[in-house]
Design a protein around this ligand. Structure first.
Ligand SMILES: Cc1cc2nc3c(=O)[nH]c(=O)nc-3n(C[C@H](O)[C@H](O)[C@H](O)COP(=O)(O)OP(=O)(O)OC[C@H]3O[C@@H](n4cnc5c(N)ncnc54)[C@H](O)[C@@H]3O)c2cc1C
Length: 312
């Protein structure tokens, strides 16, 4: 398939295009069948809650993610923080799963560390009171150390309902997992979604996959309720096989996938009795997230073109 030949790098360049962003923002979510709705639950928290209800009705769990990243001013970071606090209140009221994911650059990490920590603390306070779990997503490698450091700040204040994400494409990840396991922090294991240089990250899919399996085994053995987040049937098979061989029961870890991707596998794994969580992204700032999903599977571009033709 010719689309598969488009390199991931092309999508990260296109993700920086303001023209494309404007066009996508105009057409991507405007109707119920518009193309971005395949991967994004909606622009409002009400739409995300509705999506969460439908997912939960199928026996799956959710984590809600208010999209946004790389904010450049403390005002924007404060606005994102308020939006998270509002989302927490709305989720509590709606009675859907109390689990959120967030990004530190959304809370002002590029503005300054203290602002970001302050904002995260406000969210953690509301989350802890409401009985939420908070997952700090992992962004690109300049943020890896900072993300772990800031997680430790809130952990050491006493918030134990917080976890983060480790990417198997990073060569440092075995060390990070050992460190987080020693603290008892819950890890979501992913392959990694950003374009990274060869000195820090494996470039070949085979190496990223081999590292994923190795790290999955370390996490399952450690027993800190890891999340195995992948759409790759080979990774899933390796996980269920390892768990069976080592008598690790299904309730000791969970699988996770992104909203709109491999829905067939999502429901079949839940039916087999695996705790299964869907990452439900929502909000107006969906463009960079959307472009990363295209970069992972360029064939999705064909899906967008078909939806646009249908909409005409
Ligand atoms: C719940 C969750 C949270 C995540 N959080 C983070 C994070 O915090 N930081 C981070 O860097 N990354 C995160 N990711 C993304 C992750 O790093 C990968 O980029 C993404 O999951 C694709 O890798 P894969 O494991 O599915 O395997 P791949 O080898 O990329 O794909 C395996 C198969 O899955 C299917 N597939 C994968 N992606 C798509 C797609 N976009 N559209 C359609 N089919 C697809 C295809 O059938 C493909 O052949 C997260 C992923 C999940 C599931």
């Amino acid at each position: 398939m010719i689309l598969e030949a488009i390199p991931k790098a092309a999508f990260s360049v296109l993700a920086g295009s303001n023209l494309l962003k404007r066009l996508a923002s105009r057409y991507g979510m405007r109707r119920p069948g518009s193309f971005a709705r395949r991967f994004i639950a909606g622009e409002s928290v009400a739409e995300a809650i509705e999506a969460a209800r439908q997912i939960e009705a199928q026996g799956l769990l959710v984590t809600l993610d208010l999209l946004g990243e790389s904010v450049a001013t403390s005002d924007d970071a404060a606005a994102a923080t308020r939006a998270y606090l509002d989302a927490i209140a709305a989720i509590e009221q709606a009675g859907v799963g109390r689990n959120i994911s967030l990004k530190l650059t959304q809370l002002g990490l590029d503005v300054d560390k203290a602002t970001c920590i302050d904002n995260l603390r406000r969210i953690m306070n509301a989350a802890t009171t409401g009985g939420f779990f908070v997952r700090i997503d992992m962004e690109n490698s300049p943020y890896t150390d900072l993300t772990i450091e800031i997680l430790e700040v809130v952990w050491n204040i006493g918030h134990r309902n917080v976890g983060t994400v480790i990417q198997s494409y990073l060569k440092r990840s075995a060390r990070d997992i050992d460190h987080l396991n020693s603290m008892g922090v819950r890890v979501r294991l992913v392959k990694g979604a950003y374009r990274e240089p060869a000195d820090v990250a494996y470039q070949q899919k085979a190496d990223v996959d081999a590292a994923y399996i190795e790290l999955m085994r370390v996490l399952l053995r450690a027993g800190t309720y890891p999340a195995i987040a992948t759409h790759d049937p080979k990774m899933i098979e390796a996980t269920t096989t390892f768990a069976a061989e080592h008598q690790i029961s299904k309730d000791k870890f969970e699988f996770q996938m992104l909203y709109g991707i491999r829905r067939d596998l999502q429901t079949s794994l839940a039916r087999e009795g695996h705790p299964f969580r869907v990452y439900v992204p929502f909000g107006k700032e969906w463009f960079p997230y959307f472009m990363r999903r295209l970069g992972e599977r360029p064939a999705n571009v064909g899906f967008i073109v078909r939806s646009l033709i249908r909409e005409k």
